[in-house]
Write a protein that binds this ligand. Sequence first.
Ligand SMILES: [Zn+2]
Ligand SMILES: [Zn+2]
Length: 440
Amino acid sequence: MRIRFWGTRGSIPKPGPATVRYGGNTSCVEVRADSTLIVLDCGTGAHELGQQLVAGRSVPKRGHLLITHTHWDHIQGFPFFAPLFVPGSEWDVYAPRQLGRTLEEILGGQMHRTYFPIPLGELAATIRYHELTEGVFDLDDVRVTTRYLNHPAPALGYRLEAGGVSVVYATDHEPHSRHHPEARGEAARVHREDERHIEFLRGADLVIHDSTYTLEEYPSRLSWGHTPAEWAVDFAVAAQARRLALFHHDPSRTDRAVDELVTRCRERVPGEGGPEVFAAAEGQYLVVVRPGTGTATAAAGAARTAERNPSSDKATILIADDDADVLAVIVETLEPEGYRVLTATDGEVALQMTRVERPDIVVLDWMMPGRDGLSVCREIRRDSDPKVAALPVVLITGRADAQDTADGFDAGVTDYLTKPFKPTHLLARLQSWLMRSQRD
Ligand SMILES: [Zn+2]
Ligand SMILES: [Zn+2]
């Protein structure tokens, strides 16, 4: 399954200089499983997703929109989701059943003329509405399991399974018990619903989980319907999930504060076999594969343990390119090879991520909005941390004449790769640079 985060912020959009890396748009996650397109939530991140979908070579004829609940930050992008305006396209919209009002009435409500100029009924696409309770159903080859979340509005989490991998999307959820066990891991929860929640996450290859608060903030926000990030880690550990994406970032959480929270959360993971923890970032692209080729989890148990400490021994590659499709192809090539791949879509973000994440190698597109690849490379070479300053930097560019190449090396690039190139070619070059930097 391929995942792209279009909105990771909770509650209200929060664009600005303090949120450029993790993003300001509210919940929206694109999931692709073969040709099936699933969109998880329709917060303001859905605007850019919709723009990209209709700008592509073929506008998808069909999509499924799975809404956790109809709080504003999860549906505000709906009236701005461009595929809904395309005649001939078909969208199936799913959300929890509510008493007294249909889903169509609720979504139509925010498009009432008091709030929005175009009524729901005038959208050109064929839209079918489905009201859900707990259960299991199939979207093409994707098995979907729904589970109630603990939130002030009826809310459902979604577990998606296809091709032997599983992704759980559980946002806007508060732990049922405030009596959190001191002993983490498998320790029994006081509340049976918390055990049930852990079962819902059980063994997932990726859990995208509400992490709105910190543990210090939580006591003043009880019953607001959200999880402190540290407890999201405990849930993922107890469920033996492989990766945990902290999600639904508090609007007042700056990029720097998210970094600190990630560090604290990683320290909370027990040394052996715990999940890889990261904070979901707008624009981030992931390919979820089972480690190795085996999909039979029981038989692969021993192998999994060895593979389950990814943050410590996987080389980390940071790729910056403003073309999302190029990024997607590169990530799909590198992730199955066992690399941890970080992505950025502009130069300034790439530079900040280099300083914070300290990848093993940096790959930069020359032409990017804001700060271009050459400028990022120059800044890396000037960094006060000698380890950062010495990182291998590979520049990828369509500019191939002798002067361009010389300019690249003058800026301090380690290697220069000319477009177009095959992803396998990039992989081979990166592997050679990683081997060389390990040897030095
Ligand atoms: Zn929310
Ligand atoms: Zn909510």
